[in-house]
Each structure stands twice: as C-alpha cells, then as structure tokens.
Design a protein around this ligand. Structure first.
Ligand code: TXA
Ligand code: MG
Length: 330
C-alpha cells in the first residue's frame, strides 16, 4: 500500500483542505493516522465494521481488544451511548475536550468489533484541533487505538507513526508533537462508583473534585472491565529495571549499576526524569523508550517517580508495565 503523508505542522487554509481529504478517506472506509493531544491514533469510521477490522490488521492487534471512539462535539455521545447520567455530563463539562475517555453502555448500532464484544463503549472528545476537525468533516465518530504497531511504544510524533505504519494505512496526518505524551485516562462510568481503569493526565483527584464524590482506581491487570490490559504491553528489547527510593539513593544506585554492567560489557541506558518534572516525564516517556530501543541497549535503568502525584502515577503505570514489574528498592 502507498501511504500518503500530509504535513500539517502549519495550520493554514491549505491544512483544512488536507484534513478534508483525510476525512474523505475515513468516509470511504479507509484508515487515517492522526495526531491528538495524548498520542497519535489510527482511525476508522466507527460504524464501518470492515474498516474497523482493518485497524486491527494494520496494528497486528488481537481483535477482541476494545477501541476508543472519538467524537467532535459532546452532543455526539448520544450516537454511541445510552444512559447518559448526570455524572457523565459533569465529567464531559469538566474535561472535554481533553484526555479523558468514559466507558458507557453502548447503543446497539455500535459494532461489536469496536468494543471487543463488550456492551460498553469508550468515548473521548479530543482536544487536538486537527483531530476534531477530522471527525467533524468525516461526519462520523472515529474509532482509534494508539497508532503504534502492537508491542511498540505509543507514538507521540508523526515520525514514530511513519516508522510503524507507513505502507499499512491510507494516510498519515503529520501534525505537531503530542502535547501530553501518554494515553487518555479511562474511567468506567458504568461502575458504581466510577472506576479509573487506566490512569492518565486527568487524575483520580481531578475526577473526584468534578464529581464531588470518591471514586475507585485500579485493578486493571485482573479486571474483566479493562480487557486491553490482558495483552502483552510494550516491552523494550532490553531488560528494564525500575529503581525506587529516595532521590539521591536512586541516582547513586543507577550510577553503580551502570558502571557495574558496563564493565561486564553491557550497553546501558538510563531513564531518569527531573525531580517533580512529571509533565515532562509524561511528554518524553514513550519517545525515550523508542530511542533506547534504537540504540540497542541491553539494560535500561529507570528511576521511579513518586507515585503519590497524579501524573507521576500515570507515568509509573506505563514504566512498570514496560519493565515487566521488575523493581528494586533502595
Ligand atoms: O489517548 C488515547 O486514549 C489514545 C488516543 C488515540 O485517543 N488511544 C488509545 O487507544 O490509547 P488504545 O486502543 O491504545 O487504548 C484503549 C484503552 C485500552 O486499555 C482498552 O482496554 C480501553 O481503552 N477500553 C476501550 N474501550 C473500553 C471498554 N468498553 N471497556 C473497558 N476498557 C475499554
Ligand atoms: Mg495503545
């Protein structure tokens, strides 16, 4: 397949025409990779089963893993979900457009292929203007998982998408680097109380403040409610060890292990973020993992972020998965 790559780094009249071209591809059942504020997505018309099946194919992803459906206006939630309760409206008001996905009871019209056979659907209204314009012009909600090959880190730049999907999708919209860098928070609104299934930039605290009531978080590895979690997640080629403890101790342990392993002939990569630099950590996390893979390191030594902070917690969720829960405390 010949993938068309359209550069949208400068928003202009011309960009609008290009997004229109992309929207036409979606309407005709094609696949378009596009930027969002979290990570790039690979999108198809959510109501076109064949197109949705091709998304799984392009990613090399098991077909019972549910996809998030993206809308351009909050009112379009009614196309996908039934039982839109006041809590859902509160969260939509507070966080949309933005990095929050709400799991809701689905309407019959939403294909089982999109939801992995579940009777619920994940819905998100992204903040990215390019994404919203694409959905609006396509005139249909867009089902879109992250635009990486299965088993690779989520893509946060157009270059990452090109690496993974050139030749596998009809078009790649080349937009800016993703502002946030980790995937949206997924909250199950069918649970009582609601439950965060995947932590993200919108934190549990943020949601509790908006709802003015406590909610639950976690259990994602076991929970049948988050089927995406049962698949093997991105794992680097290298062994990865997370080192947890007081900042200075972590630093010196990383230094000690680095020297030790280098003396044994290993190529060692370090993943250590600035203290309190959680937003930068989220922004850089996946890109850093891609670079370390490219460099062909044998061992990645990663410094844990304090989990108490909301966004730090979301980054740690990804870091622990990448490391296969391989952790050392100092
Ligand atoms: O930020 C994001 O959410 C990005 C951009 C492209 O919007 N998308 C993304 O999609 O991360 P994906 O497919 O890589 O992750 C979707 C997650 C999976 O963990 C999946 O299990 C969960 O959302 N999910 C989707 N629909 C669900 C449902 N009906 N019930 C429970 N979990 C669901
Ligand atoms: Mg993904």
């Amino acid at each position: 397949m010949q993938t068309i790559i359209l550069d949208l780094s400068e928003i202009s009249e011309d960009a609008h025409k290009k997004i229109y071209e992309a929207a036409r591809i979606i309407t005709k059942g094609g696949l378009v990779a596009f930027p969002t504020e979290t990570v790039y997505g690979i999108g198809a018309d959510a109501f076109n089963e064949e197109a949705v099946a091709r998304v799984y194919e392009a990613k090399g992803r098991p077909s019972d893993n549910p996809m998030i459906v993206h809308i351009a206006r909050a009112s379009e939630i009614g196309l996908l979900a039934r039982e839109i309760n006041p809590e859902v409206v509160k969260l939509a008001d507070a966080f949309w457009p933005g990095p929050l996905t709400m799991v809701l009871r689905k309407r019959e019209e939403v294909p089982a292929r999109v939801t992995g056979g579940l009777d619920t659907v994940g819905v998100r209204l992204p903040d990215s203007r390019i994404a919203r314009e694409l959905i609006r012009l396509a005139g249909t909600p867009i089902a879109a998982p992250s635009a990486n090959l299965s088993g690779r880190p989520s893509p946060t730049t157009a270059e990452h998408v090109i690496e993974d999907l050139d030749g596998k999708v009809d078009m790649i919209l080349k937009g800016p680097e993703c502002r946030i860098g980790i995937e949206s928070t997924v909250v199950d609104m069918t649970a009582k109380p609601p439950r965060v299934l995947r932590p993200g930039f919108v934190t549990r605290d943020d949601i509790e403040s908006a709802l003015e009531t406590p909610i639950e978080q976690g259990g994602d590895a076991e929970s049948p409610r988050s089927p995406g979690m049962k698949y093997r997640h991105y794992a680097p080629q290298a062994q990865m060890l997370v080192i947890e403890g007081a900042r200075e101790k972590v630093r010196s342990e990383i230094k000690r292990l680095k020297t030790l392993n280098e003396n044994l002939g290993s190529k060692v990569g370090v993943l250590l973020f600035e203290e309190k630099g959680y937003i930068t950590a989220a922004h850089d996390f996946y890109a850093r993992l891609r670079t370390l893979d490219e460099e062909g390191v044998d061992l990645i030594l990663a410094g844990a972020l304090p989990e108490t902070d909301g966004i730090g917690f979301a980054v740690m969720n990804r870091m622990m998965k990448a490391a296969g829960y391989n952790i050392a405390k100092v």
